[in-house]
Design a binder for this molecule. Structure first.
Ligand code: PGA
Length: 246
């Protein structure tokens, strides 16, 4: 499974970042999971130096390509700091004004820099008429339709319903609903990646994944991994999460 820790702005001290990296290193290789850490940008290059199985992601990506752009964290700088993934279109970035068009440009920009984009999609709320399915389909289409067939295969989708983010395990999605969503997303992907190719796209889930529900969500839902926020920034909780999947 692909287990991505989204540290958001929870981690502000280097000591804590190093303790979490040490926990990831201990867990890496066990159970065959791919562990990815997405630290706040200033810590990225400080953590990646040592040879390890742990991989790294940026939490966002600037569309700037170097030069006079004060404050921008460019793709080339992120790659230079040792990241191989980029989280793109997180709902917290979208809430700050990021548009589908910008998400698409960032995805292309990531791929051009050999970063694997982890594209976040997900409805804000669920309605009885299932309009949220249409919303999710349109979010996927906004990214996939303009991409080339080759680019489409390089995207990781993170299904993160906004209503489930930052709560507790009890408020997260059920495994039945998750299985339904993964099947739905695969069906939508089939419109853009015909044949068996869409089966290769990794679809991960995020939203209040905790040690108490990760196993249940993994079992039989068809999910390929998780994008984990608050539960990934405490060493014992993080270790328990990875252990629960072993
Ligand atoms: P959460 O966040 O695990 O704290 O719900 C997940 C995310 O927003 O990526």
């Amino acid at each position: 499974m692909l287990i991505v820790s989204n540290w958001k702005a929870y981690v502000e001290k280097l000591d804590k970042a190093k303790a979490l990296l040490a926990a990831a290193k201990r867990a890496a290789g066990k159970g065959g999971h791919e562990l990815v850490l997405a630290p706040p940008a200033p810590f990225l290059g400080l953590l990646t130096g040592v040879r390890t199985k742990v991989r790294f992601a940026s939490q966002d990506l600037s569309l700037s390509t170097g030069g006079a752009h004060t404050g921008e964290v460019t793709a080339a700088a992120v790659v230079g700091a040792g990241a191989s993934y980029a989280i793109i279109g997180h709902s917290e970035r979208r809430a700050a004004g990021e548009t589908d068009e910008q998400v698409l440009e960032k995805v292309r920009h990531a791929i051009a820099h050999k970063l694997t984009p982890i594209v976040c999609i997900g409805e804000r709320e669920r309605d009885e008429d299932a309009q949220y399915l249409k919303f999710v389909r349109e979010q996927i289409g906004a990214v996939y339709a303009p991409l080339s067939p080759k680019e489409r295969l390089q995207v990781v989708i993170a299904y993160e319903p906004v209503w489930a983010i930052g709560k507790a395990a009890a408020d997260a999605i059920t495994s039945t609903d998750l299985a339904e969503m993964i099947a739905y997303i695969r069906k939508v992907l089939a419109d853009y990646i015909p044949g068996k190719g869409n089966q290769k796209v990794r679809i991960i889930y995020g939203g209040s994944v905790e040690p108490g529900n990760i196993r249940m969500l993994a079992g039989g839902s068809g999910v390929d991994g998780f994008l984990i926020g608050h539960a990934s920034v405490d060493v014992p909780t993080y270790s328990a999460l990875v252990k629960a999947l072993s």
